[in-house]
Design a protein around this ligand. Structure first.
Ligand SMILES: NC(=O)C1=CN([C@@H]2O[C@H](COP(=O)(O)OP(=O)(O)OC[C@H]3O[C@@H](n4cnc5c(N)ncnc54)[C@H](OP(=O)(O)O)[C@@H]3O)[C@@H](O)[C@H]2O)[C@@H](O)CC1
Ligand SMILES: [K+]
Length: 461
């Protein structure tokens, strides 16, 4: 099944294309509703179900679900504050053999929310708000059809109460809100119901688990990739990057630093030569600059030296605050990966005169304006480059710890050194980072996370 992630406009276009090819909207709704009913049945296991139906086609899906469950012998209670307003939803209503009522309260242990789907267009008020508030306060099992009803499908922000759902059933394709905060964290388990829509042209894709490989039989340390981490004013952060990079498959990790690192592990090579000289080593496959770099003039010079060396680079942390058009002059942007968190992304957009709203739009606009690959990290991670946007399943919330980004940057640099493109390297790194966090369990430190990158590798071999 396609893992395309669509905007509302793309969703509407895909539906239109399916209809032009001979499938009616009613057929799509039947397929969607019956596919969803199958999941509701699995969750309900015979217990009575309440279905909340709104005025549009999301409500139409609700009537199809109610009819399907009724035909299986379920006790179904349908709450529909208004009559359906689209032809297809009216057809669905007329095919539903049961009664409806206009408002709550609802008592059943399973509630299916079909108030609004991707057609949500304004603040949720009145009886709809009351129903969503009641749903939020209830301890019932909550199922959202397509998207939670108060969620804007393109950006994941809310226009009303957002209950914590147990299950969200996406119809036809994933919407961006399924992988963006705050909505993604409230959707529970997510399942996709295939409607056979044409989705080949989608620019957004859900990242699939990478398959990594062990070194070739004749590998040596240089063929596996030499990573150089360019240190700066603060020693701790680049060391964390090295600790992670050393466990993500690199053959060799070096720290280019002009100060001593008494806490460095014995298996890390520290190069104290002049940076320009150190960068002349032809065997370097990728550089990481930014963690602990500082933002002063010397730091800027170190970043400039790294960029003008022509090597593939991962830029993180302070490097993202220093980066501007001047530093990128003559640099091939297709060899550079940026790993900003939300604040760094906003700062980058300002530096490059990119006007955009929200994380997704910022990452896309920055990449389009500069040609750089952008890994916009955070609880909802987005990767943009080569005209594509990749979305990711949610990682552990324990990743919100100081040094977590340094670890991610170190993994990115190692993957980039291992003959991966910036997009591939970043994708590998997000999965390794998430898996390391899963293995580290609760309340880990960044160093413990870096150590778990090694066992995380095993999950992808
Ligand atoms: N993808 C597919 O292939 C398939 C998709 N299907 C389903 O269609 C869904 C999209 O349907 P949709 O376009 O009819 O929009 P939907 O979300 O039901 O809501 C629009 C209605 O709500 C109203 N309204 C909006 N906001 C409001 C507010 N705050 N407060 C009050 N009213 C508000 C709005 O009114 P208006 O803005 O027009 O005044 C309009 O009446 C999609 O999510 C999926 O479930 C399947 O059936 C078939 C296959
Ligand atoms: K819904």
């Amino acid at each position: 099944m396609s893992e395309a992630v669509l905007t509302v406009a793309q969703m509407v276009a895909a539906e239109k294309a399916a209809m032009a090819a001979g499938t009616s909207e009613w057929e799509l709704m039947l397929k969607a509703g019956q596919g969803a009913a199958q999941w509701v049945h699995r969750a309900a296991g015979g217990r009575p179900v309440t279905v909340l139906c709104g005025p549009g086609n999301n409500g139409g899906d609700g009537y199809v679900i109610a009819e399907d469950l009724g035909s299986r012998g379920y006790d179904v209670d349908v709450i529909a504050p208004v009559e359906p307003s689209t032809d297809t939803a009216r057809t669905a209503r007329s095919q539903f053999g049961g009664d409806t009522r206009e408002q709550g309260p609802f008592e059943h242990a399973i509630v299916v929310d079909c108030l609004f789907g991707y057609g949500l267009s304004r603040q949720v008020e009145g009886v709809y708000r009351e129903l969503l508030e009641e749903l939020s306060a209830s301890d019932c099992f909550k199922i959202a059809i397509d998207v939670p009803s108060a969620v804007r499908s393109d950006c994941g922000s809310t226009l009303g109460p957002l209950p914590r759902y147990d299950l969200t059933l996406a119809l036809g394709a994933w919407k961006q809100a399924h992988f963006l905060m705050p909505s993604m964290a409230m959707m529970g388990a997510k399942e996709l119901i295939d409607l056979g829509l044409p989705l080949d042209d989608a620019h957004g894709v859900l990242s699939s688990r990478p398959a990594l490989s062990a070194p070739a039989a004749d590998a040596h340390k240089y063929t596996r990739g030499l990573v150089a981490v360019v240190a700066g004013e603060m020693p701790g952060a680049p060391l964390l990057s090295c600790e992670a990079g050393m466990r993500a498959g690199a053959g060799y990790v070096k720290l280019f630093s002009d100060r001593s690192h008494p806490d460095a592990p014995a298996d890390l090579v520290i190069v104290e030569d002049d940076l320009d000289e150190a960068l002349e080593d032809d065997r370097i496959d990728a550089l990481l600059v930014g963690p602990g770099l500082g933002r002063g003039e010397t730091s800027r010079e170190r970043l400039a030296a790294a960029l003008t060396s022509g090597r593939q680079c991962v830029l993180d942390a302070d490097a993202l605050h220093l980066l501007d058009d001047d530093l990128l002059e003559g640099v091939d942007p297709s060899r550079i990966l940026l790993t900003p968190h939300e604040g760094e992304l906003a700062a980058l957009c300002e530096s490059f005169g990119v006007e955009a709203d929200g994380k997704l739009d910022r990452a896309r606009s920055l990449s389009a304006a500069t040609g750089l690959t952008v890994l916009a990290k955070g609880p909802d991670t987005i990767l943009v480059g080569e005209g594509t946007t990749l979305f990711f399943p949610q990682g552990s919330s324990w990743l919100s710890v100081a040094g977590s980004g340094d670890v991610l940057a170190g993994i990115c640099a190692t993957r980039l050194a291992g003959s991966r493109s910036p997009m591939e390297a970043a994708q590998d790194a997000v999965w390794l980072h998430h898996e390391a966090a899963r293995l580290a369990g609760p309340a880990f430190t960044a160093l413990q996370l870096a150590h778990c990158v090694k066992p995380a590798m095993a999950s992808f071999l």
